[in-house]
Design a protein around this ligand. Structure first.
Ligand SMILES: Nc1ncnc2c1ncn2[C@@H]1O[C@H](COP(=O)(O)OP(=O)(O)OP(=O)(O)O)[C@@H](O)[C@H]1O
Ligand SMILES: [Mg+2]
Length: 256
């Protein structure tokens, strides 16, 4: 399998201001020396406790943040060399809290594809087909197209948020705890569709979760991130079943 997304020695530090706000104080490391790569056709898990830097890693992958050191590559090219809007279509991020605007599912999902073709008005048959394909991949039936987003359940909204990113036909899908606020049934539905997506599309999926059981169910490989550093890595579910590392053991038993 070919490497699609690569992190090489990536670090990210925030400058903190001292109290009188004149001079910058120390740099605070949020991510330290992280390296891994995600291949086409796999679900790669970033697991770790709250505050370990999982969302920060995803933001670094589509340039919402810029690394202090190291490089992030897409198909071998440093992403800092790519035009940023094109990059964000190729590497799509589904945020931890889905942001939908008032209006129909169709309008929400068409938002991305229409950014580059600012023709307003009714969706063309071709656009409708693209949206239908995207919502189907995300696990929603055609009847959702004309429904208003404010009438949807949280699980349905999360699937619309995923469809919205899929409408850009990304090469990499970044999912930030997509089921964190969902009930067990909606969680399993989303997991099923993410798995189907990986089988049907030429896509690399980076999936953030703090849930060990979810990582075992859905992941092909993964890393455990603690305080911004990779403390363990390997194929799943083995990473969390044949434990070789005390920090991993502590994470799995909920002690971190
Ligand atoms: N905008 C910000 N300014 C300053 N510090 C931040 C900012 N965003 C995040 N951080 C800090 O960076 C660290 C990593 O945050 P991040 O959101 O990546 O964690 P996370 O692993 O996604 O946590 P969670 O599981 O709670 O979503 C945390 O200590 C957090 O407080
Ligand atoms: Mg987060």
């Amino acid at each position: 399998m070919a490497e699609r997304l690569g992190f090489s020695s990536v670090s990210f530090a925030r400058l903190t201001l001292d109290n009188n706000r004149k001079a910058p104080a120390e740099k605070r490391a949020i991510i330290r020396n992280v390296s891994f790569s995600v291949k086409v056709g796999e679900i790669f898990i970033i697991a770790g406790p709250s505050g370990s830097g999982k969302s920060t890693l995803l933001r670094l992958a589509n340039r919402l943040l810029v690394p202090t050191d190291g490089t992030v590559r897409l198909d071998g090219l440093d992403i800092s060399e790519l035009e940023v809007t094109a990059l964000r279509r190729r590497i799509g991020l589904v945020q931890q809290t889905p942001a939908l605007f008032p209006g129909t599912v169709l309008e929400n999902v068409l938002y991305g594809p229409r950014l580059s073709r600012p023709d307003r008005g009714r969706a063309t048959p071709k656009e409708r087909e693209l949206v239908l394909r995207s919502i189907t991949l995300a696990g929603l039936a055609e009847s959702f197209l004309d429904r208003n987003t404010d009438q949807l359940s949280e699980g349905e909204m999360q699937r619309v948020a995923i469809a919205r990113v899929l409408a850009n036909q990304p090469e990499v899908l970044l999912l930030d705890e997509p089921t964190a606020s969902l009930d067990p049934t909606s969680t399993l539905t989303i997991e099923k569709h993410v798995r189907m997506l990986k089988e049907r599309e030429q896509i690399a999926i980076l999936f953030v979760t703090h849930d060990v059981e979810q990582a075992k169910r859905i992941g092909d490989r993964g890393i455990l991130l603690v305080s911004g550093q990779v403390v363990d890595e390997g194929p799943l579910p083995k990473l969390f079943t044949e434990i070789r590392n005390d920090t991993t053991r502590a994470f799995v038993s909920g002690e971190l």
